[in-house]
Design a protein around this ligand. Structure first.
Ligand code: FES
Ligand code: FE2
Length: 417
């Protein structure tokens, strides 16, 4: 018989160097995974769940997860938003079995208990039995058997939920550093262009590191550097909130000569001037914001990334599926008032990211390379000293400071000191 790890019992010694070292154990220990579900995902934080644009009409719903707990987000007849655990109050079956849809009520398939759009129990078959036999006792009270309701809040069309009853308002959680960046991306109403989903055989925190890591961008992603989309030699930086939990990674245009010099000086394999695209229309971008930013990646703890890469706008959500697996979901966006050409540009550029994206397909593989190599050595640890040892915003792209920020906040929530 297999012994299940105890929820609160984790033996972990974090190296004395602090956030510049990450013990490999956190990426595969089942006990740590269990503790994360409780202390982190169900703790006093907000978890991204959906976009309002995915639930425009009354009755619309979307199923997703907080950590690995299945949840549903719904829009009621009055336009209000609700979130609840997707688990029947009778015997625990999943109530909603589709990714998205529209329903007036949610009916569990097992014994057909039905719930309204706010998660209240409204129907129980054979509640009074048949011919005076069977059924529930007279003190059965439907209001005591609602679905488990979650706290819900929105910011600029992003819907977040929280298991915690007492949690700071969402706008404060997002914080003054991040808010203006989200305000810019969500300046006008958006609509969904499409989705891409992939399963990656690695721990979810390796992705949390990856999206805070400008160091790898132009080295791992040859396409990016070769065709001038993103290079570490660009102007840019990494901007964190006061806790180090959220991060904005931003890159700006620089002249071709400055960029080429930075690469050829280091003789990096990633700069190869002889290559050109047979169809350069893929990279034909249109200036749409009054700034010189080519890429900004907004990472909101724990599992949301809002990306602006050239003209692609997307929300990325990564969901743990066990200690060594996570699902990555891209939701591609356009503005509702985009013209036809702009929508086509965004669709074409969607090829840059997603499971087979020209500048992101390597990320999943790099994460799997790490997961495969670390599993045997709990005591080993990774080394995070690029750009110094501190946790502080920096005005360059050769730094791991935002990854250190993530670990600083993670350790605080998990009590790993
Ligand atoms: S488990 Fe849902 S109705 Fe029985
Ligand atoms: Fe990457």
């Amino acid at each position: 018989m297999q012994t299940l790890p105890q929820e609160n019992h984790v033996e972990l010694i974090w190296p004395a160097e602090g956030v510049t070292r990450v013990p490999y154990q956190v990426f595969f220990d089942p006990a740590i995974y269990q503790l994360e579900q409780k202390k982190l995902f169900r703790g006093r934080i907000w978890n991204y769940a959906a976009l309002e644009a995915e639930l425009p009409e009354p009755g619309d719903f979307k199923t997703t997860f907080v950590g690995d707990t299945p949840i549903v987000v719904t829009r009621d007849q009055e336009g209000g938003l609700h979130g609840f655990v997707n688990r029947c109050a009778h015997r625990g079956a999943l109530v909603c079995r589709e990714l998205r849809g529209n329903r007036a009520t949610h009916v569990c398939v097992y014994h057909q208990w039905s719930y309204d759009l706010k998660g209240n129990l409204i129907g129980v078959p054979f509640r009074k039995g048949i011919d005076g036999k069977g059924g529930y006792a007279t003190d059965f009270t439907p209001s005591q058997h609602s679905l488990h309701k979650l706290n819900v809040d929105t910011y600029r069309g992003l819907i977040f939920v929280s298991f915690a009853e007492e949690v700071e308002p969402l706008a404060e959680y997002i914080g003054p550093t991040m808010r203006p960046w989200l305000d810019k991306v969500f300046q006008r109403p958006v609509q969904v262009l499409g989705y891409a989903r992939q399963l990656i055989n690695g721990n979810w925190k390796l992705y949390a590191e990856n999206v805070r890591d400008p160091y790898h961008g132009s080295l791992l992603h040859l396409f990016s550097a070769t065709f001038g989309l993103a290079r570490s030699s660009q102007g840019g930086g990494t901007l964190m909130d006061e806790f180090g939990r959220h991060d904005i990674l931003h890159a700006h245009k620089r002249t071709e000569a400055q960029e080429t010099a930075a690469y050829t000086n280091e003789s990096l394999r990633s700069y190869q001037a002889k290559y050109t695209l047979a169809d350069p229309s893929l990279l034909k971008a249109r200036q749409e914001f009054p700034d010189d930013i080519t890429t900004s990646i907004h990472t909101i703890f724990p599992c949301l990334v809002v990306q602006r890469i050239s003209n692609t706008l997307a929300a990325r959500q990564f969901l743990p599926k066990g200690p060594d697996k996570f699902e990555l979901i891209f939701t591609f966006l356009s503005y509702q008032d985009d013209d036809v050409e702009m929508r086509d540009i965004r669709r074409k550029q969607a090829n840059l990211v997603g499971p087979a994206g020209f500048i992101s397909l390597e990320d999943g593989h790099a994460i799997e390379l790490v997961q495969q190599a670390i599993v045997r050595d709990r005591e080993g640890c990774s080394f995070l000293e690029m750009g110094g040892r501190a946790v502080a915003s920096q005005d360059n792209l050769v730094t791991e400071t935002a990854i250190r920020g993530f670990w600083q906040y993670y350790r605080k929530l998990m009590g790993f000191n």
